[in-house]
Design a protein around this ligand. Structure first.
Ligand code: AMP
Ligand code: GLY
Length: 428
């Protein structure tokens, strides 16, 4: 099998690396890739937001399975172009990708499918701000309707903050046109989990559950980020809750998308809050999570390439989803200043020492400059490790993380702590 992976982050490095390790995979290319992925698989230049270019590349390479990492190419219609040319792809159509590209659409689907989610209202006109933002009390979640690269959600503590944020969003000052409609949502409390499934449009299989750490600083303080680390451990949710998520959320949403004539093919990411009233949907993404994919795929055994190919063919084979015993964890090393402004082009060292300690370092924001890896993004590396227990996985990941050096590097020191507290640390 020849595989093509679209994207350049830690998620895509992990997907390409994992596919390259399957016996039946002859070659994996990543477009455009990064400095770390170039060690493991081929990296090719290309404009991933141009569906025709991506389809032509897959035709030229003779690719038997293409996997799309980020949401933007999906929202641009890359899967539609592949399907029109009869090329196998794992990723939803533009119409199905609306589950992520429009938060209001996602809330409407939840309503129609009877899926538990926070009460909400839509704000489209600044004159309605005073009568709408306080409807569900404070704090309140304010969400830009459109794609905003992880920057479109603000939790406002009181009325004055909520009014100011809503006004900024509507006027385009916060996230541009993505904020021209704002979802106002009741604030939910509980533990968050990332529940991801793979669907071929009819059937689906649930993947091992992961937990992300979205805030920039230890103790869940600081601004929201794309994710500062994640772990994969069976203790995150019990079997009964897992079944409840499948029955009350995954299946009704997939059925609703089929009923709309826009079946969902690809990875559906359900961001959930485990509240006192049970699991509630915070958001959908139409792709794998990042960094969650790094510990997820570091733990997944079985034929991952064959699993993806079966989904692309519309003959999903869930027997190929097998998780290793134990746990995995990923610590994101970010640029100084991230998620705000940060410098790039800084040389990265210590990668070999980190690997020697038993970790896999997935690259997220790096490129090669004169043969040397340098920083090129906010999230730079995902230092990923496994262990017989979550504690062991974290110990290895953090030992390796301490070997990494670049100017301004920062990382959270409490990834996975919530998993240890709830008694899932295992023996060591
Ligand atoms: P989203 O992109 O919708 O997942 O929102 C980003 C983050 O904001 C989530 O991971 C939560 O931590 C937080 N969040 C979003 N919606 C809510 C809500 N209704 N109640 C509490 N926290 C929320
Ligand atoms: N880590 C959250 C996301 O991928 O959206």
């Amino acid at each position: 099998m020849r595989a093509l992976v679209i994207g350049s982050g830690g998620r895509e490095h992990a997907i390409a690396w994992r596919m390259s390790r399957d016996g039946g995979t002859d070659r994996v290319d990543l477009v455009p890739g990064n400095a770390g992925a170039a060690v493991d698989v081929g990296c090719l230049p290309g404009n991933i937001l141009d569906p025709a270019e991506m389809a032509s590349l897959a035709e030229y390479l003779g690719t038997s399975c293409t996997v799309v990492g980020p949401e933007a190419p999906l929202a641009a219609g890359v899967a539609d172009e592949f399907l029109a040319r009869g090329l196998p792809i794992v990723g939803p159509s533009r119409a199905a990708a609306l589950l992520e590209a429009s938060k209001a659409f996602a809330k409407e689907i939840c309503g129609e499918a009877g899926v538990p989610t926070a009460e909400w209202a839509l704000l489209e006109d600044a004159r309605d701000i005073p009568s709408t933002v306080g409807r569900f009390g404070y704090p309140v979640a304010l969400k830009a309707d459109g794609l905003a690269a992880g920057k479109g959600v603000v939790i406002a503590r009181d009325e004055s903050e909520a009014c100011a944020v809503a006004a900024d969003m509507l006027a385009g000052r916060l996230v541009g046109t993505a904020g021209s409609r704002v979802v106002v949502e009741r604030f939910l409390e509980g533990d968050e989990v990332s529940f991801m499934v793979l669907s071929d449009g009819r059937a689906h299989c649930a993947l091992p559950v992961t937990r992300d750490h979205k805030r920039a600083l230890d103790g869940d303080r600081g601004p929201n980020t794309g994710g500062m680390g994640a772990y994969c451990d069976d203790g995150i949710i019990d079997a009964a809750t897992r079944g409840r998520v499948v029955d009350s959320i995954v299946e009704p949403v997939l059925a609703c998308m089929r009923a709309h004539g826009t079946p969902f093919r690809g990875f559906l990411y359900c961001g959930l809050m485990l509240s006192d009233e049970g699991p509630q949907v915070l958001e959908f993404n139409v792709r794998l999570g990042d960094p969650e994919t790094q510990p997820l795929l570091y733990r997944l055994e079985g034929g991952f390439s064959e699993l993806l190919a079966s989904a692309a063919r519309g003959e999903l084979d869930c027997s190929l989803v097998q998780a290793a015993e134990g746990s995995t964890a990923c610590v994101v090393v970010a640029s100084g200043g991230y998620p705000g402004k940060y410098a790039t082009g800084l040389p990265v060292s210590g990668l070999r020492h980190a690997a020697a300690l038993g970790a896999k370092v997935f690259h997220a924001g790096t490129r090669l400059a004169s043969g040397v890896p340098v920083t090129s993004g906010g999230r730079v590396l995902g230092v990923t490790a496994r262990g017989g227990s979550l504690r062991e996985a974290l110990n290895t990941a953090y030992a390796a993380t301490r070997e990494i050096r670049f100017e301004g590097a920062h990382y959270r020191t409490d990834i996975g702590r919530s998993g240890l507290r709830s008694g899932n640390g295992g023996g060591s």
